[in-house]
Design a binder for this molecule. Sequence first.
Ligand code: ATP
Ligand code: MG
Length: 417
Amino acid sequence: MFQKIKGTQDFLDLSLWQFITKTSAEYLNLHNFNQIKLPAIESVDLFKRSVGLETDIVNKEMFVVEQRTGSSEQICLKPEATASTMRAFLENGIQNLPWKVFSFDTLFRYERPQKGRYREFNQCNIETIGTESISQDVALISMLDGLFSTKLKINNYALVLNFLGCQNDRLNFREVLTNFLQASPNICETCQKRSTTNPLRIFDCKSESCQSIYQNAPKIINHLCESCGQEWQQLQNHLELLGVSFAIKPELVRGLDYYNKTVFEFTSSHLGSQSSFCGGGRYELATQLGSKTAVPAIGAAFGIERILLILEQIQDKLLLSQKPALTVVIPLNPEQNILALLVAQNLAQHNLAHDIILDDTSSVKSKMRKANKLGPIYCVLIGQQEQESNSVTLKNMVTSEEQLIKQIDLVSTLKNH
Ligand code: ATP
Ligand code: MG
């Protein structure tokens, strides 16, 4: 017997899943975001150049695909969607800005699997590409807040916010932070390494003792240039005016290197240690991917599996779309199979949900038992007598009432009930 690959999942009931994807897609369309579809494989270099060499995603979590000999380009299963979206934006020469798009992507990261963390997982990724206005950050964050609270009915979540400033701010802050780290000898080995290569990354450290040291670290929001300081203020003020509650988290840097200015996460106490279900921020990736001109953008992604974990706990309160009433067609003998198939074909042509019991060796009794398990409102019984009189026996499964009706009247009878 085969077993699923470590860190993957089988989903055997998609009703909640479809509630999430359908609700989100409709809501995003309402805000004039268009759905796109991206490839599952991309060049490894795309992520090295965008996500960053020092990040976990690139450094140790990539699913590199074995290539046929002769091909020099390394490819991988994509670990995130922003770099792909940006690649598609540049490659397709998109002109009308901002480009507002979203996609549902299956992503792969070689992580240690645990609740809410898998090696294959799914995201809804949303990007507004080609806009400098900090008001677009406000628009995106408040749109997400509306999606989570009013449409997906997630309760008890928090929005945490930080501001990483411009490149210059980070360069200056790097010095301030490095000085602090040099005076902190007890940080872990990874942080020590990062303190010279990419000091901001230290805030990602999972070690509790490092995190307690970083409580006293300098905060980048206290080292912003004048214009970034104003944007940071505006972001907070406008979110407040729109009624979006948030908390400031100075150590939030996110796991990818391409962010500048706004970064944010939505977290839920229902998720345990994998508490974040959505993350995003402002970034400039175009120049890193070879464009001559910079293209400022803002984006976010939420994890479908993590939202599933939250919604499973409040499933009863959600209005999930009801399955249509089912009719089950039962040929009593194999001789009636073809007539039953014709009847079923007719039901399909009239958009009536149905199933058909094609089980030649079972008794009528056991066919009825099988049909009953499918939860039908009506059963359509077809035996020799029905066949000879061009009729069917329609059995109401709620009242057990049976009536003999003409085959040509079946659709209208079912539709009128
Ligand atoms: P985390 O801090 O939990 O590792 P992240 O910062 O790596 O998340 P992003 O790359 O920003 O996450 O992706 C956004 C969302 O995708 C996360 O908020 C989460 O919901 C989901 N996600 C990320 N990694 C995984 C994973 N391995 N399994 C399931 N969902 C994931
Ligand atoms: Mg991660």
